[in-house]
Design a protein around this ligand. Sequence first.
Ligand SMILES: [Fe+2]
Ligand SMILES: [Fe+2]
Length: 362
Amino acid sequence: MNNFSILVFGASFDPPHRYHIEILKSAIREIKPSKVIIIPSFLSPFKTSHFADYRHRRKMIKMLLEKNNLKFQIDDFELKKKRKTYTYELARHLKNKHKKAVFYFLMGSDSYNLIKKWKRHKEVLKTFKIIVAQRKGYEIKNKKNILILKGKFSNLSSTQIRNRILNDDYSLIDSSIKRYIKKNSLYFSKMIKDIKKIQTRKRFNHTISTTIGAIELSKIYKADTLKAAIAALLHDITKDMELSKQLKIIKRSKMKVKDLEELSVKAPQIIHQWASAGYAKLKFKIKDKEILSAISKHTTGDKKMSLLDKIIYIADIQAMDRNFKEVKMIRRLSLKSLYLAYNKAREAKMKYIRKKSGFIYE
Ligand SMILES: [Fe+2]
Ligand SMILES: [Fe+2]
């Protein structure tokens, strides 16, 4: 009887946190494996990108596991592939490498409930014995042939933690991970520090709310999440500045604005969209055209709007600090159809401008 057992734990670790440690410790207690293998994902099949690079996520999970006195190995299988990797490929790789081992694969109930969507999931289930950690809010749908860890685990998610970091709140993460994040400017921590210095508190809160919304929309509509986050973080960066300063930034950054002179008299409140794009270029060294475009169209919109342009426009207009009549409807629509949400948002904005007898820029 072969009793060499391997516990496999793969995740994004973006960043790693208490929940990862809790479930791993519990699984080790339960199975007493001969070996623990950690697989940081290079790019999950369900994501367009991670927030931190592989090497940073790898370092952070290593630090956290060592701090918790856990014995483990990291397998860089996914890094070597340098592309989206499926779990069945990992299964083949591990079976090949450790021919006689019995494999256990650890995951949360949120992932397990989606296992039928995994490519060649039957092969995965053949290779691995599945151990599931019950996560609050994700009742395990099919309990057949799996091992369920005793107890419930904290509901902490990396998304939650990243959203806190956007607010400069590190209370949910380990102190060494916090230091690492700051030292390496991960999760936009440096950019956030700079933004906080420039914006008023109220504007900063709006910026963060817009950013969290833009990230969510980018996930739903498969847009580039990192670009969405950067565009949202910088979309109002010059809004608290004097108009004369905004105009100078536009000039220095060579942003092209139709009828700028007329606009700065008739609609000075919209100038900040070009000034912010210019400032992103000059001070934050953003060269990406899609990001700059989304910033420079976020107030007026445009006849041609890319996916990212629309995401920033909508995330801005439906941020949590907004309370105009149609906002709830736009928020609901944005989860179903970006097209409908954009049209509704534009219509609401036009109505508002007309009511105020304002200037419509087209
Ligand atoms: Fe704005
Ligand atoms: Fe805004």
